[in-house]
Design a protein around this ligand. Structure first.
Ligand code: SAM
Ligand code: SF4
Length: 351
């Protein structure tokens, strides 16, 4: 999507690297490996919409592991170094550990992470670690079974996720991060219990503001709990100190517990947009390149790949898309929503 023109600070352009229309490099690639999920979180895949007759991608429409690896190499040749495997629920993709093994051994990869709802993690943690995965992010919105059920659409339970986290610890995956979507009036009161549980364990909880991803989650601004308000609530119980960003483009604002019990983060796309530093490309499970989480549509890389395009031709295509990129949806949210902007769905695009 394009917005009003913006001046680019000269230092924002990398002299030799690829930069988009706003001077942002391409550093991260998010790979959605499947659009299916075993949860129906109402903020992502509400069950009324993702019912038993919903048409998910067929396996022939999805990229094969070979195709994912090949396209990933193309992104690596253009400067990407960090990969995140996501979905949908990535652990539903059969043989995922093979893909992890392929991706972690690609030349130029510095970091591979995976985001999961954790329900199948206890079965897979050791194999994922053995395949080369080092760290993992597990989503967990509440420890309270009733609130968990509301947030997951009636599927799974906190104990299964906790078992998955324990298995990840035993397997040596580190750091383990927890993603918690916060919705005012739904789980915001149970957030302190979650912190009580994980403070001092080395596990980093990150609170995500409820976002208007996709078109089906009935997003309303009044259900967003601004991170600043949440931070104040936490600070009143356990004083917090701000930490510097770990690297340019880090989405989470980091805080340490003043008593030394570890760190937490806030991902505040609604109230404190971070478009200015966004270096993420997204590849959907059917091989479309999207340049924003809130994009309407993407450009197929699968079709030219299957039609016989060479790596050089695919790289030229990605380069051209990235150089045209001017997305900054979160900074223009109100204006674009007023114009009726449509978004690709998050389970398809990859969170
Ligand atoms: C789309 S999920 C995919 C991976 C996996 N199924 C999981 O839940 O971890 C990736 C992340 O996006 C988050 N997410 C989904 N919908 C969201 C929304 N509307 N607002 C904020 N975060 C959201 C999830 O909580 C999860 O942490
Ligand atoms: S957030 Fe993750 S677990 Fe929840 S429905 Fe979306 S893809 Fe599934």
């Amino acid at each position: 999507m394009s917005g009003p023109s913006v001046q680019i600070h000269p230092l924002r352009r990398r002299p030799s690297g690829l930069a988009d229309g706003l001077g942002r490099p391409l550093h991260d690639l998010r790979l959605s490996v499947i659009d299916r999920c075993n949860f129906r979180c109402p903020y992502c895949m509400p069950r009324e919409q993702y019912h038993e007759h919903y048409r998910f991608l067929r396996s022939a429409e999805r990229l094969s592991f070979e195709e994912i690896s090949r396209l990933t190499s193309v992104f690596l040749s253009l400067g990407a170094t960090k990969l995140r495997i996501t979905g949908g629920e990535p652990l539903l993709r059969a043989g995922l550990t093979d893909l992890v093994g392929d991706l972690t051994s690609l030349p130029g990869v510095e970091d591979v992470a995976l985001t999961t709802n954790g329900v199948l993690l206890s079965q897979h943690a050791a194999a994922l670690r053995a395949a080369g995965l080092k760290r993992i992010t597990v989503s967990l919105d509440s420890l309270d079974p009733a609130i968990f059920a509301t947030m997951a659409g009636g599927w799974g339970n906190p104990d299964e996720v906790l078992r998955g986290i324990q298995a990840a610890q035993h397997a040596g995956l580190a750091p383990i991060k927890i993603n918690t979507v916060v919705q005012r009036g739904v789980n915001d009161d149970s957030v302190l219990d979650l912190l009580e549980r994980f403070r001092g364990t080395g596990i980093i909880v990150r609170f995500i503001e409820y976002m208007d991803v996709g078109n089906r989650n009935d997003w309303r601004r009044e259900r967003v709990l601004p991170s600043q308000e949440l931070q104040a609530r936490i600070h009143a119980r356990w004083p917090l100190q701000a930490l510097d960003a770990g690297y340019r483009g880090e989405v989470a604002r980091r805080y340490a517990f003043a008593d030394g019990a570890g760190e937490i983060g806030f991902i505040s796309s609604v109230t404190q947009p971070f478009c200015g530093d966004c270096s993420r490309a997204r590849l959907s499970s059917d091989g479309k390149l999207h340049t924003c989480l809130f994009a309407t549509d993407g450009i197929s890389l699968r079709d030219p790949l299957r039609a016989g395009a060479s790596d050089v031709e695919l790289a030229a295509l990605v380069r051209a898309v990235w150089e045209r990129r001017r997305d900054r949806y979160s900074e223009l949210r109100d204006e674009l929503r007023a114009r009726g902007a449509r978004h690709a769905e998050m389970n398809y695009l990859g969170g």
